[in-house]
Design a protein around this ligand. Structure first.
Ligand code: FIX
Ligand code: ZN
Length: 402
């Protein structure tokens, strides 16, 4: 049955909120991976987005802040950003959204009491996956961090929920050190070992893509070195897409640690060259700077081997998302992957997806209403197909997975 402007809003709302989500890029790990699996309010408050906000809003010395234990860091963030100041930033709003979803009132309660209440409500990744409607997600797995990589020595976690990806930043940031780590594990020390090592890691972890974050300096290494040429050939032989996270400048304020990264430059003409040089390789691309978004969308319309995804990090602000989302739809239709969570603490899945849907809903409603006004029939089936594509199939089809 065709929908009308009267019943469209409810149908769209229900379909959007009931469609299972495939989260293309996170930094999450399964509960059995101790030390890497993060959960709970204190970890939420120690998110590096909030730490950067804290360190810039106050005069707290970064080295002193980082010398504190996690409990003290979290209570300081709470006190400075939620008690002494009004928590309006997107990162603060995220914490409040989660508390609201869990029906935790903060009025007149001490931080300790809020934490206790929180711990009673959330104690496993299962609650979170249910609350956020995320059915599976992609982790970020660094094959050059052997402790983190030990995840793949075990089978006590759900590989259908937690999919892997091969994060190759170390090959760009410190090639010699990465080569050394590879060679430490084999007797023969040649460059070919990198490919042999990637092959070994591929067989062990069954990744859905490889990934690297870059700026214009590293993009040159990437285009010109013989190792990367071999990697592109290897990726193609595996039909494994490469995720490119473009325009980051690591450590612009080193004293902030993980919270100190900023925006770097990127020349998207080189991305276009890359798509032409390797037409059989597939590239998933997201850009960190607002300034690159228009050109990226144009490239998304010219290169079938390039798929745009998500609103990465500094782009993940409601005001920006609304504008760029419309630009993407106007030029690409629904042929892109609208969002990923980038969650580092499992609970963040809840707010990242609620916040995104809040922006997506009115935007989509407008497009569907316009189609109905133009006498294009919109049925419930069409809405469900589109939601499935936007939240899941666009990404899975590009990756070539079920
Ligand atoms: O490179 C990345 O995958 C980034 O997402 C992270 O490094 C960054 O710290 C982050 O958490 C952004 O959301
Ligand atoms: Zn990330």
């Amino acid at each position: 049955m065709n929908l009308t402007n009267d019943n469209l809003p409810d149908k769209l709302f229900n379909s959007m909120h009931s469609t299972p989500i495939f989260d293309l890029h996170t930094h999450l790990f399964p509960p059995t991976h101790k030390g890497y699996y993060l959960l709970g309010l204190k970890n939420l408050l120690n998110y590096h987005y909030l730490i950067a906000e804290l360190l810039t809003a106050t005069n707290i010395e970064p080295s002193i802040f980082y010398s504190y234990n996690n409990d003290k860091k979290a209570s300081l963030v709470w006190n400075e950003l939620f008690v002494k100041r009004t928590p309006v930033s997107e990162a603060c709003a995220g914490v409040l959204t989660i508390l609201k979803q869990l029906n935790i009132e903060i009025n007149n309660k001490s931080f300790a009491l809020i934490c206790d209440e929180y711990d009673q409500k959330i104690n496993s990744d299962k609650n979170i996956l249910e609350l956020s409607n995320v059915s599976s997600l992609v982790m970020t797995n660094n094959p050059f961090d052997l402790d983190e990589w030990s995840l793949f020595n075990n089978n006590d976690w759900n590989k259908k929920i937690y999919l892997s990806s091969l994060r190759l930043d170390d090959l760009i940031l410190d090639y010699q050190e990465s080569l050394k780590k590879v060679n430490d594990q084999t007797t023969d020390s040649s460059e070919n070992n990198i490919i042999d090592y990637l092959e070994k890691c591929y067989l062990q972890s069954n990744p859905v893509y490889a990934a690297v974050s870059l700026n214009s300096d590293s993009f040159n290494i990437f285009l010109q070195t013989s190792t990367w040429k071999k990697i592109f050939i290897w990726l193609q032989s595996k039909n494994l897409p490469l995720t490119l996270m473009l325009g980051v400048n690591r450590g612009i304020n080193k004293s902030f640690g993980l919270a100190g990264d900023g925006i770097g430059s990127i020349n998207l003409k080189e991305l276009s060259d890359l798509c032409n040089i390797y037409p059989k390789n597939k590239f998933l691309v997201t850009c960190l700077s607002f300034n690159d978004q228009h050109e990226l969308v144009v490239l998304g319309r010219k290169h079938p081997n390039l798929r745009i995804f998500g609103f990465w990090w500094f782009m993940n602000q409601p005001s920006i998302i609304k504008q760029i989302l419309k630009m993407r739809i106007d030029m690409l239709g629904f042929s892109f992957i609208p969002q990923h969570s980038d969650a580092r603490v499992s609970d963040q899945l809840i707010y990242k997806w609620i916040h995104f849907k809040k922006i997506l809903y009115p935007v989509l409603l407008e497009y569907y209403q316009d189609l109905i006004d133009k006498n294009f029939p919109i049925s419930e089936t069409i809405i469900e197909r589109d939601m499935h594509n936007l939240f899941c199939a666009n990404a899975k089809d590009f990756l070539g997975i079920k």
